[in-house]
Design a protein around this ligand. Structure first.
Ligand code: HEC
Length: 135
């Protein structure tokens, strides 16, 4: 029985890794518009039109519709910056959605999703160091 623990654990890690391979690949993607004020401005326009209703104008999770949500979005202004929490995982989450968070990959091009990441990061607070979002 005891001898089974390690192989089973190994298999579980491989299977989970395989299921999450897109997420793992996403973690290594970097924002092609890093540091671009134009990208932040484009992202802000999309954010105001599609995201702030739930997430609030700065991404603190306090949009007008947030009270109706069963699971509240986390405060994006406090999410640790790359490399602690990679930009690619933010982009992945926006593309793929999660629970009540809609998936946006049909609505926006990859560049438009990076603009949203630029906007979210532009609102990042100095104190943002350790908050990691659940995968
Ligand atoms: C209908 C409300 C709603 C809208 C509109 C919405 N979100 Fe979300 N979002 C959520 C919720 C709720 C979560 C938390 C999901 C969970 O973990 O269960 C979330 C999670 C996220 C996360 C990960 C943070 C976390 O809490 O894990 C990011 C990044 C994000 N949203 C970005 C966006 C962007 C960008 C847009 C606009 C294109 C957007 N969202 C539009 C409700 C929304």
């Amino acid at each position: 029985m005891k001898r089974l623990i390690l192989p089973v654990l190994f298999l579980a890690v491989v299977v989970l890794g395989y299921m999450q391979k897109e997420l793992i690949a996403a973690a290594f993607q970097t924002n092609p518009f890093q540091g671009s004020a134009e990208s932040v401005a484009r992202g802000e326009a999309t954010w105001t039109a599609h995201c702030q209703v739930c997430h609030g104008s700065d991404g603190e999770g306090n949009g007008p519709a947030s009270a109706q949500l069963s699971a509240k979005p986390k405060d994006l202004t406090m999410v640790a910056r790359a490399p602690v929490f990679p930009d690619g995982i933010l982009a992945f989450r926006i593309s793929e959605g999660k629970n009540t968070m809609p998936a946006w990959k049909q609505a926006f091009t990859p560049d438009e999703i990076w603009d949203l990441v630029s906007y979210i990061r532009s609102k990042s607070k100095k104190a943002a160091k350790t908050l990691i979002l659940s995968f």
